[in-house]
Design a protein. Sequence first.
Length: 203
Amino acid sequence: MYSEEEGERAVLAARKVIENYVRGEVRHDLDLPDSFGEKSGVFVTIDTFPARDLRGCIGYPEPFFPLKEALVKASQEATRDPRFPPLREDELDDIVIEVSLLTPPEEIPATKPKEYLKSIVIGRDGLIARKGVFRGLLLPQVPIDWEWDAEEFLSHTCMKAGLRPDDWLKGDTRIYKFSAEIFGEKTPRGEIERRVLGGKDDH
């Protein structure tokens, strides 16, 4: 578990890196706690404000890097998410930043694919679908935002991986889950809060 202070400092750091990077500055004097020296997965999300449309989201699901390093990398890359034009300096006043701090992914055990439905808790779990070279990830907040049940969540995770929506029913597709603690700005450069998800179990 990350504290409110750690979450706030993560978001402030992501905001600083994003603004510096867009302005062409490569040095970031960040105020981060010692705990961020431990390896962890992280995602940085940029949304427009007030519409809250996605503007960029990049991250590292596996704990390959120290959190402070992964946070910088994800913040920089989120400004150049290939799904969108590069973030411009004149947009910086009209975006909000969200940081998702992840637990390591764990494969969901299932003798039959339908068993996945009973293992996924909407509002708690994020999902990863893997099949050969294909891989897709959706964060825990996504099914809350779109009001999906577990089956829809699985289907959309497969599609994110470039697979067919029903590929989660096939034995050669592996499904992983993870949790995230999510902190974000309520307004641009404004108050930072921990995002509380639904946590409901639909099955």
